[in-house]
Design a protein around this ligand. Structure first.
Ligand code: SF4
Length: 240
């Protein structure tokens, strides 16, 4: 059921079609080791690796061995939103900087993403209206950043009971659980993963309300297994 919901959320990210992006096959400037995702997305990657005849255990062990040392992110997307909604100071260096590793993503093969059909939403969200390879950061309209953040929040919400963290840490955790090994303890500071949290609300700038409300309505009004998707958010104080 969660997998179906994830697919629906990805399918409904239709605003991407309203913009012309410079992103093209072979441009991999944004493909770094700093991708974060939920365990739900990780399960999809894990299954895809198996379906395509690849040895997940071997791949993940090799990636871990080759990975440069890096800290893990400390705040999930929904936790970050919670802090902002409460007007609390958020030290973004806890996620930006110390935990970022700009080495190429280990899923790149000959300049292409080797898990493209199941890549995390964070990868889908990182688009640019200018060619990043020419230098500098990606550029996108502020409303696209807002919508992508909302969608990341929703995916975290859908995967409550699951975890969030760096892509490779999530896959290593799944590899442990799939192989029956004791996974890293999942509490406090001993873990590299964080618990997924429910949506505390969305940060919607006034001037973007029309577009964001339309996108959210398109998702929430969709029925999944007889229930409107909005049912999942019953009781959540969402400002639309
Ligand atoms: S998973 Fe694929 S799209 Fe995402 S960073 Fe890695 S190579 Fe790029």
């Amino acid at each position: 059921m969660k997998r179906k919901m994830l697919n629906l959320v990805i399918e409904k990210a239709t605003w991407m079609d309203d913009y012309i992006f410079a992103c093209q096959q072979g441009c991999t400037s944004c493909c770094t080791q700093s991708v974060t995702m939920t365990t739900l997305e990780g399960e999809g990657i894990y299954a895809y690796l198996e379906e395509t005849g690849r040895d997940c255990g071997q791949i993940i062990e090799r990636m871990l061995a080759q990975r440069q040392d890096m800290n893990s992110p400390q705040v999930t997307t929904n936790q970050f939103a919670q802090f902002c909604l409460e007007g609390r100071e958020v030290d973004i260096s806890v996620n930006n900087g110390a935990s970022w590793n700009f080495s190429p993503c280990q899923f790149l093969e000959n300049g292409d993403c080797s898990i493209y059909p199941v890549r995390p939403f964070a990868c889908r969200a990182l688009v640019s209206q200018k060619v990043c390879a020419q230098g500098g950061a990606a550029e996108m309209a502020p409303v696209v950043v807002t919508l992508n953040t909302i969608w990341l929040q929703i995916i975290e919400h859908v995967d409550q009971g699951g975890f969030w963290g760096n892509m490779l840490d999530v896959l290593a955790f799944l590899q442990n659980t799939h192989s029956g090994r004791t996974a890293e303890p999942l509490a406090g500071k001993t873990t590299r993963l964080l618990k997924n949290l429910p949506v505390p609300g969305f940060l919607l700038p006034q001037e973007e309300r029309a577009v964001t409300s339309r996108a959210l309505a398109g998702l929430f009004q969709t029925t999944i297994e007889g229930q409107p998707f909005s049912w999942l958010f019953k009781g959540v104080g969402i400002i639309i």
